[in-house]
Ligand binder design. Structure first.
Ligand code: GLN
Length: 194
């Protein structure tokens, strides 16, 4: 059974811990560099990416995280987590850091303001059983991707789920829906690499 950490600096950590457990992984919060040593994979939750970036610096997690991602750690980021996995950001704060990991340009807050948040059905390549419910909260979209990146879902003409190798990102929040199929997809990815 894979052990999957949830980056617990800020954001909807608890919801991911529950969704991962439902998808048959052992899930635990991670906030210190030492705790990165004994996990098989990592989830970066939704929340607020500029705050997450600041806390990653404060907790001495930025470089250790970058190193682990570069070394091939499977990672799944939702919303703010997607932003953290972008090699390049549009509309980021000036001092905002990302980890990188996916050769993509992500536009922060692309779908509009907090009160323009919405839910929509999203067809997700590789996930059976019908469309998944996409919860978009002040969500980013993927503006463009490099050749190694697979687009798994689009909404309204915009890319909202991508994968590069064993790094996965969605603009939306499956952890808020009670539908654990995207987490199960990630856990299968992790299992395949163990
Ligand atoms: N707009 C947020 C950010 O820039 C992301 C929102 C979310 O994670 N729901 O980090």
């Amino acid at each position: 059974t894979p052990v999957i950490g949830v980056l617990a600096l800020q954001g909807d950590v608890r919801e991911h811990l529950i969704a991962l457990a439902a998808a048959d992984a052992v899930a635990r919060p991670v906030r210190r560099p030492e705790e990165l040593a004994d996990i098989d994979a990592l989830v970066i939750p939704g929340g607020e990416s500029t705050t997450m970036s600041k806390l990653a610096v404060l907790f001495g997690m930025l470089e250790p995280l970058r190193e682990r991602v570069r070394a091939g750690l499977p990672v799944y980021g939702t919303c703010a987590g997607m932003i953290m996995l972008a090699d390049k950001l549009l509309d980021g704060r000036e001092d905002q850091e990302t980890l990188g990991g996916i050769d993509m340009i992500v536009r922060r807050n692309a779908f509009g303001r907090q009160n323009e948040s919405f839910e929509a059905k999203v067809d997700f390549a590789g996930i059976g059983g019908g469309a998944v419910e996409g919860v978009f909260i002040r969500a980013p979209w993927v503006e463009s991707v490099g050749a190694a990146v697979e687009v798994l879902a689009t909404y309204d003409g915009h890319t909202v789920a991508v994968r590069q190798g064993n790094v996965l990102a969605t603009s939306f929040h499956p952890e808020l829906t009670g539908d654990d199929r995207v987490h199960a997809y990630f856990v299968d990815m992790v299992r395949a690499g163990l």
